[in-house]
Design a protein around this ligand. Sequence first.
Ligand code: GDP
Length: 593
Amino acid sequence: MAKEKQIFEIPEYLSVRDLAELIGASPIDVMKLLISNGIMASINQQIDYDTAAIVVEEMGYEARPVTPVVKEVEQAELPKWRHFYDNQSPESLKPRPPVVTILGHVDHGKTSLLDVIRQSHVQENEAGGITQHIGAYQVEHNGRKITFLDTPGHEAFTAMRARGAQGADIAVLVVAADDGVMPTTKEALAHVQAAHVPVVVALNKIDRPNANPERVKRQLADIGLVPDEWGGNVLVVPVSAKEKIGLEDLLEAILLVADETEIVADPTAPAAGTVLEGRLDRSRGPVATLLVQNGTLKQGDIVVAGTSYGRIRAMFDEYGEPVKQAEPSKPVTVTGLSEAPEPGDTFTVVAKEKEARAIVAERKQKAEAAARRGPQTLSLDEIFAQFQAGDVKELNLIVKVDVAGSLEPIVNSLEDLNVSDIGVRILHAEVGNITESDIMLAIASGAIVLGFNVRVDPAAQALAESNGIDIRTYDVIYKMIEDVELALKGMLEPVYEDVVIGTAEVRAVFKVPRSGKVAGCYIREGEARRNAQARVKRKGQVIYENGTVSSLRRFDEDVREVRAGFECGVGLSGFDAFQEGDVIEFTVRQRVN
Ligand code: GDP
């Protein structure tokens, strides 16, 4: 008895990466198969069911359309909240309060600053004025609002980024004026810079007798944060959380930076944003703090957050007061979800509960499939594949070395490697072992971790393995440089050429309902392929090019290819003015270097 083919359910549209994931193949193999069928698709490109089915079948499986599911709301899948409003008309975008995260070395006063800002800026009209820790709070300064995320530290920030969310617009880097720039200060800076988030420095503890602001400013300049009074572009604000000094200046500085950055949203759109916290409350069931990043969230809205969904029963602000709606940048706790979502999950409002259920079911299915397959690797090879697909123009690196003396030569040699227009971007270079924090940064930024004469912390190793992050350690500098150079060379933009795979002679022209005219052809040489590129020649002159074979039929059947010596019907996208005697040339793009 013949072995039954494995059947895969394919949605109407999916990306090349998702297709590869679904069928357990490497994205490169899928791209190769597509190329051999005349389809140039990048790893993130959406392909339709028919195209995906070709791949599935060529891999020896059977394709079937998915039992129809409502299409996922676009925003939910997008990595950065900027994209929440990328597709919106500029007129509908309005300024919104900046969302601020606080980072810095341990004990430099992050928590104290958050607390003192919270206490001294509670709005007077709020009941009792006691804020609750819900993951974020808003304060007012000169009539303008600022949202603070109240989980300090870059770990939370980067964990969120690794899940595809970008929570903050501005980072406050806290540096104690007595202690100065410390290793974690640099690390935190690397994390926010990798995320392209602007930085304001809070020079804390200036009340301390041994505070030395000038020394710290020099240290800041050394790590690239040149204070504005020295002609740089970083606002450095002296503060004391203990003595409540400089808090207004800090808020002012945040608003100044906000004014230079485009911090906007469309308050009229269906709400979307990020989950800050999720927990199970004994009496209220699942409770989540949501940061609205676009649109206005309203009581009664149907929300999908990660793999939970539900109709919002009640909403509360940071004072525990019930609210009916939440505008962009406002954090609210909500009840009514089916389960507690994870911090960093994105949420969106959908029109119908049925739609929400379908999206969640699809996500759960995807998550299970991904868990079965294990981690997707982010190795040099994988980056190379993304590169070939034109998705990556930069190789992000994190470099850890044993002694300060080897840091500079390694960083310089790596930075010198830039080949053509492909760059090396060093997100973080530091003396020390490879830690969990390095791996988090790598996950969030799609980076490779390079180590020179250093060890990998066991926790970092485990995190890297479970997330498929490539850690490469070396004991010879030139070997490290050589590897990166090879990756870069591989990453060079490939050159493609159109190669003719077949020619056909038009012998008749038919009108087909709904799709215009189709050419009845005789294949003279090679073959015709569906989805191949095509050009049309008349009396030796090209009269149409860069078309695609949109339909290919033999008798009444859609076929994938027709070989020389056979007749078939050919439809092209974008051209149907065929005449008898025209010649159609079918081409595919092939890589020539
Ligand atoms: P975090 O680890 O960065 O969150 O730092 P904390 O906010 O927990 O502060 C660490 C220590 O520094 C605590 O003992 C605080 O009381 C103290 N501290 C924080 N800010 C100041 C300040 O402005 N002046 C002084 N003298 N001490 C401060």
